[in-house]
Design a protein around this ligand. Structure first.
Ligand code: PLP
Length: 386
């Protein structure tokens, strides 16, 4: 199988997602790829492994297919797949040294900041949070020992948009690795590596899988360089690798990404416009709205505005719960990126350190009918306000 960035460069995204990382199985001709569950592989008579597989923690054929697919989608030289999004993020930090420092979004996925706050100080790895929508604030947060700039755009949960190219330049000037959590945008809407980032990261749990039935993470590297080798060593030796069946499910999810994403985006735009005009909503955060502070940047940087939005209701936690609890179609659950719409009161899952407003609800807009989603929300507000 030929992997690498050039193979599909001239083809459209729709074609790439269907064919990436895949050829009919060489042994059987099967069109659906096999799942290789074997943890170990037979040695050749000379003790080697001509097929390239020895032990599933080191490498696995199903994982290799997914890694090739994600590398192609991100125009990366190399990709690695992990057991969860958090395992992928952790591997990047594990490849840093004690005494290093990171600059991280002030509105990043709470798992990322909680991990940096509660786990890595024991390794003397420090971090500073900054508003990544303001490059000057990022420049000020950079220290002589800054070795990582961790960008999330759009951010979770306030859907802020950061200028990847500008921040990548700051990272380069500082000699820091620039990584972008590209989970919310997906490789179809945003290409961090083309904008100068070193790593594009995904919680494949979300849109790439697309059906809320797996856990996985991925790192795609612009260059297959010393950094990629260091992180590959962490993957292999620390062992948080993606399981074969999760890899297979992710590959299957990727096949329909190009039909799912436009529908997520179209529905999110319709829901955001509805919420923006609704008397029961105080603030709406969606980069597809002209009122969003980084709407122009999002237009420039993204092919479409994504399926994630959040909104704030007056009356804090109590009112937010009331609105969410009255929904019938839209389910109350954490996570995102599945075909079904989900809503969540973020402050209550993010814990006591959260800066997220108590009245904020985050919505992962699914691929149902937009009219049905709007009717569900309208009904919920109506009952609440009435
Ligand atoms: N990054 C983002 C933007 C997320 O939303 C999440 C999970 O919600 C993660 C990373 C972590 O992914 P996982 O739950 O697969 O560890």
């Amino acid at each position: 199988m030929t992997a690498g960035p050039d193979r599909y460069n001239n083809q459209s995204a729709e074609t790439r997602v269907v064919h990436t990382g895949w050829e009919p199985d060489a042994l059987t001709g099967s069109i659906s790829p096999p799942v290789h569950f074997s943890s170990t592989f037979q040695r050749d008579l000379d003790g080697g492994y001509d097929a390239g597989f020895s032990y599933a923690r080191e490498n696995n054929p199903t994982r290799a297919m997914l890694e090739a697919a994600i590398a192609e989608l991100e125009s990366a030289e190399h990709a690695l797949c992990f057991s969860s999004g958090m395992a992928a993020i952790t591997a990047v930090v594990q490849a840093m040294s004690a005494g290093d420092h990171a600059v991280v979004s002030d509105d990043a996925y709470h798992g990322t900041t909680t991990m940096l706050r509660d786990v890595f100080p024991r390794w003397n790895f420090e971090f500073t949070q900054a508003d990544l929508t303001n490059p000057d604030a990022v420049r000020k947060a950079v220290r002589p020992n800054t070795r990582l700039i961790w960008i999330e755009t759009p951010t979770n949960p306030r859907v802020k948009v950061a200028d990847i190219a500008a921040l990548a330049q700051i990272g380069r000037d500082a000699g820091a690795v620039v990584a972008v959590d590209n989970t919310w945008a997906t490789p179809l809407l945003q290409s961090p590596l083309d904008l100068g980032a070193d790593i594009a990261m995904h919680a494949t749990t979300k849109y790439l899988g697309g059906h809320s039935d797996l856990l996985g993470g991925a790192l795609a590297f612009r260059e297959n360089n010393e950094l990629a080798a260091r992180i590959a060593q962490v993957q292999k030796l620390c062992g948080a690798v993606a399981a074969p069946f999760d890899c297979w499910l992710t590959l299957r999810g990727i096949r329909t990404l190009a039909v799912r994403m436009p529908k997520h985006c179209e529905n999110a735009q319709a829901v955001a416009e509805f919420l923006e005009s609704h008397a029961g909503v105080e603030r709406i955060h969606y980069p597809g709205l002209a009122s969003h502070p980084q709407h122009e940047l999002a237009q420039r940087q993204m092919k479409a505005f994504g399926g994630m939005l959040s909104f704030e209701v007056p009356g804090g936690r109590e009112r937010a719960f009331e609105v969410a609890n009255r929904l019938r179609l839209i389910k109350r659950a954490t996570s995102l990126g599945g075909v079904e719409s989900l809503i969540e009161h973020r402050a209550s899952i993010e814990g006591p350190h959260t800066p997220t407003p108590e009245g904020l609800l985050r919505m992962s807009v699914g691929i149902e009918s937009a009219a049905d989603l709007i009717a569900d929300l309208d009904g919920s507000f109506g009952e609440t306000l009435g």
